[in-house]
Design a protein around this ligand. Structure first.
Ligand SMILES: NC(=O)c1ccc[n+]([C@@H]2O[C@H](COP(=O)([O-])OP(=O)(O)OC[C@H]3O[C@@H](n4cnc5c(N)ncnc54)[C@H](O)[C@@H]3O)[C@@H](O)[C@H]2O)c1
Length: 419
């Protein structure tokens, strides 16, 4: 089988922590190019690729130049949320002018900071006639895939479909200033992470034979709050220092907690409900939680209950790190350790699936259409939180809606005000 040549645009944290390690489990691809505005980052990722035997990538600082490299067949877009549109515009222009010969584009979550942006992304890739894949790693987690397969095959077919999915992602806060800055990121913790939980709940609740679009969203209810980083003076100051004074939550806070309920009507007229929680307040480390409930069955996944725990006494002194779990906050005591985080979080199967789909010239099972559906639900969550009421989906004004938090108009005290 021919190998797919992959170019990466954006060589930051997620690429170096997870993506590159995942490629060791992908057979039919080589990393042929890496592009980053900061040349040193592209160079060090290129070195990492050689060390991991993933290819011998050329280094670029301009994505238009990388797009026309004949060794690049597909581009993985891993730039920050605010940089997506210009990057996709540049790539698709090279394609439509016939200078770049690409099969497809793959983009990290979320597809856009609001519906207008996600729609524009989707429009550009479709107009260029490219295949497109949406990087939602959680629906490729081996535990979710296996749990869903067992429950739908063994229990749902004979006793009835699942009716409730509870999904959450929590950690202590992101690593780069732009994530905390609601204007650049698109929101706070809800904008950053609830896209994962929305899609994993849709994945678990939808009948595998019908697909997610067969579940029609009916209502959305959500709340956002600032419990720590915009509420407690000590942490407002800590965040200001952590971000080299780029982010000041005493002036422009973003939520560090969000919860939502989204109801769906299934094709057989039943109600399916998702309960979603996300936060940047959870100190023990990254935790992914999933529950699926049906009339005669139940599934539970908790990423912080792995098969391994390590105990280190107070006599063991060491530097801070993330060698046991993502967003690790301590190095002493009894600690959960994920032996193969990249695989546990679904990155290996996600990339393998994208590559295989592109080689077969087929749309992957997560496309930018799914990314757009997720952004629509995400923005309805913000709308519901602002209006303090349960909304029918789709609400009026969704196409042009920009959350107050992303406009710099949200206050932490909004939470306790009544509608
Ligand atoms: N699936 C997940 O769980 C997960 C986890 C983390 C991040 N992400 C997503 O991945 C994306 C990147 O996150 P990150 O943590 O790696 O961010 P990061 O800030 O660590 O890295 C982004 C990189 O992109 C580069 N960049 C910015 N604009 C560019 C441009 N126009 N051209 C080329 N390079 C450019 C920056 O220099 C930086 O090196 C985000 O959209 C984020 O939401 C997903």
């Amino acid at each position: 089988m021919k190998k797919l040549g992959i170019g990466f645009v954006g060589a930051g944290w997620v690429v170096n922590t997870f993506h590159m390690k995942a490629w060791r489990g992908v057979r039919h691809a080589d990393i042929t190019a890496v592009c980053d505005l900061v040349e040193e980052r592209a160079k060090s990722t290129s070195v990492l690729c050689r060390e991991l035997d993933l290819g011998d990538p050329r280094v670029y600082t301009d994505v238009s130049e990388m797009a026309v490299d004949p060794e690049v067949d597909a581009i993985w877009i891993t730039v920050p949320n605010f940089a997506r549109i210009p990057v996709v515009k540049a790539i698709t222009e090279e394609v439509t002018q016939g200078k770049a010969d690409l099969v497809g584009l793959v983009c990290e979550k979320p597809l856009g900071r609001n519906v207008r942006e996600a729609q524009e992304m989707f429009g550009m890739v479709e107009k260029a006639g490219l295949l497109h894949g949406y990087l939602e790693n959680q629906v490729f987690m081996p535990s979710i895939v296996k749990g869903r397969e067992i429950l739908w095959r063994r229990a749902a077919r004979s006793t009835g479909r699942p009716y409730l999915a509870r999904c959450s992602e929590e950690h202590g806060g992101p690593h780069e200033a732009w994530f905390w800055d609601a204007k650049r990121q698109g929101g706070g913790a809800l904008g950053d992470m609830m896209c994962h939980s929305i899609e994993s709940a849709r994945f678990l609740l939808a009948d595998p034979e019908e697909g997610r679009e067969a579940m029609i969203p009916k209502t959305v209810s959500a709340e956002i709050a600032s419990l720590k980083w915009g509420a407690i003076p000590k942490y407002i100051e800590k965040l200001r220092m952590m971000t080299n004074e780029q982010v000041d939550y005493s002036k422009n806070p973003a939520e560090d907690f969000g919860r939502a309920s989204i109801s769906y009507e299934t094709r057989d007229g039943l109600l399916a409900l998702s309960e979603l929680t996300t936060s940047w307040n959870f100190v023990p480390g990254e935790r992914l939680n999933f529950e699926l409930l049906g009339p005669e069955y139940y599934m539970q996944i908790d990423s912080l209950s792995p098969e391994m725990k390590i105990f280190l006494s107070r006599e063991v002194k060491g530097s801070t790190g993330e060698d046991m779990v993502e967003k690790q906050a301590a190095e002493q005591g009894f600690m959960p350790v994920l032996a193969d985080e990249t695989n546990t979080y679904g990155y290996v199967d996600e990339h393998r699936h994208m590559v295989d789909s592109f080689l077969k010239k087929e749309p992957p099972r997560e496309t930018w259409a799914d990314g757009l559906s997720v952004v629509k639900l995400l923005m309805t969550c913000y709308m519901s939180a602002e209006m303090k009421k349960t909304l029918k989906f789709p609400p009026n004004g969704l196409a042009d809606f920009v959350p107050k938090v992303a406009q710099g108009n949200w206050k932490a005290s909004d939470f306790t005000e009544t509608a």
